[in-house]
Write a protein that binds this ligand. Structure first.
Ligand code: NAP
Length: 417
């Protein structure tokens, strides 16, 4: 078959075209996602011995698509050799072709994809953690052939069973952020029952899962949000309380900072800390869940209790951090870096979705050509929870009512906004 597949239709199993439609970023148009990303016809990627080609039913939108479009702080074209980039680090889909060495999966399997790639051969992969592999990369960000395309190429170890209780769109929405939150809270911060956890951006992609995980772990999440509607969502997901950061306008760090402004910010941070204690019955937080970076990090370090932990995986507001280190050492706090997760952790976390203990929160679903607009919304912080791109799923919903249509036939209802 020479031309691309018909968009939104599932062809006969195994039909492999030579070209496909994909949302493409090119070096000469890096910048605003609305203009950097365009639908183009490109070749279907080759499939190596340990690879799998997946027919993408739906693809999740993540902040790394914004970074890839902007080409900042790092251009993706420094990370791989292809002259174009297909972003997308979350997918649900159907196994369409398997490489000659693949044993665990077969054509026709319904899957979701975790986004960590590694060599699989080095001592780190085989004894320490694939995240420590010298060749470790995030698929669809540091590698090409991500999920905003009709077909995507992944390593077979990236596949996980698709939860049957979720539509294609819901299944595509959670992997990257949920699995990241799982490693941050379960493995890095080792949150335990009774802990109090401050969750920045609690209604965002990471936050919705951090809040739910705290509940599963028996810990108490206090969410930080920027609207009352988001606060209500966070409460529905199981938070013990929330704070609207708009009520604390002096909380954020902004450079350059005069001594007077620093004093004001500290006073505001202490007022914020008192509001947390009002919610927790007087307790400071054991763990701060960080991903905002420059603007919130000084507050995070101050707000963690003595011997508390700040676990961080990102820096939306800037990655050069400026904070008073005395607040760290005098009270013996720890800063823990965290980055996505390994396949074992993803499998464990996926099991909680299969059991209905963790639920996706799908905000909006876009067609493939809406991918740039979805990323522009994310860049402007005009979304809640997760956004999803419907690639081939439309036809599947017609063929199998109740799957791909957002319905849950036999499990707990996912949260649809
Ligand atoms: P998201 O869906 O945009 O959610 C982030 C939330 O943070 C927003 O909903 C917003 O909530 C809050 N926020 C934004 N700017 C803020 C500020 N200046 N001060 C306080 N809160 C602010 O993004 P996400 O998917 O959760 O990802 C967040 C960051 O983590 C991104 O930078 C992403 O690249 C990174 N990340 C890293 C990994 C990894 O493996 N290393 C994995 C996932 C994500 P309110 O406006 O409601 O407060």
């Amino acid at each position: 078959m020479s031309g691309p597949l018909e968009l939104g239709r599932v062809p006969e199993l195994g039909t492999l075209p030579e070209t496909m439609l994909a949302v493409v970023i090119r070096p000469d148009r890096e910048g605003d996602p609305a203009t950097a990303m365009r639908v183009e016809e490109v070749p279907v990627p080759p499939c190596g011995p340990n690879d799998v080609l997946v027919l993408v039913m739906a693809a999740g939108v993540n902040f790394n698509g914004v970074w890839a479009a902007r080409g900042k702080p790092v251009s993706v074209f420094k990370m791989h050799q292809d002259p174009f980039h297909i972003a997308g680090s979350d997918a649900s889909g159907i196994v369409w072709k398997v490489g000659s060495s693949v044993r665990r999966w077969k054509v026709g399997d319904e899957v979701v994809v975790h986004c960590n790639q590694s060599c699989g051969e080095c001592p780190e992969c085989n004894g320490l953690d694939p995240l420590a592999c010298p060749e470790q990369k995030i698929w669809g960000y540091e590698t090409n052939w991500g999920s905003f395309a009709q077909l995507t190429r992944v390593q077979s170890q990236q596949l996980l069973p698709k939860p049957r209780n979720l539509s294609w769109q819901e299944a595509a929405s959670y992997g990257l952020t949920y699995f990241t939150a799982y490693r941050m809270l379960v493995h890095q911060a080792k949150v335990s029952a009774g802990d109090w956890v401050l969750v920045w951006g609690a209604a965002g992609g990471l936050g919705i899962f951090a809040v739910q995980l705290c509940k599963v772990l028996g810990a108490h999440a206090v969410g930080v949000v920027s609207s009352e509607e988001k606060g209500e969502l966070v409460m529905r997901l199981g938070a013990r309380g929330y704070l609207n950061r708009k009520d604390y306008p002096g909380l954020c760090y902004a450079a350059p900072e005069t001594p007077e402004r620093e004093r004001e910010r500290l006073i505001e941070t202490r007022r914020f800390g008192q509001a947390i204690r009002d919610l927790s019955g007087g307790k400071d937080v054991d763990v701060v869940f960080e991903h905002v970076g420059r603007e919130t990090f000084p507050a995070s370090v101050l707000l963690a209790k003595r011997f508390g932990k700040i676990v961080i995986c990102g820096a939306t507001s800037g990655y050069k951090l400026d904070f008073d280190v005395r607040h760290l050492w005098m009270r013996q706090k720890q800063i823990l870096g965290s980055h996505f997760c390994n396949a074992f952790q993803a499998e464990r976390a996926n099991q909680l979705v299969l059991e209905g203990a963790i639920r996706p929160v799908v905000d909006q679903v876009f067609p493939l050509h809406g991918t740039p607009a979805a990323h522009a919304l994310m860049a402007a912080n005009h979304h809640t929870g997760k956004m999803v791109i419907d690639v081939q799923a439309g036809a599947a919903a017609e063929k199998a009512p109740g799957r791909g249509a957002g319905l849950d036939l036999d499990g707990e209802q996912p949260v649809l906004m």
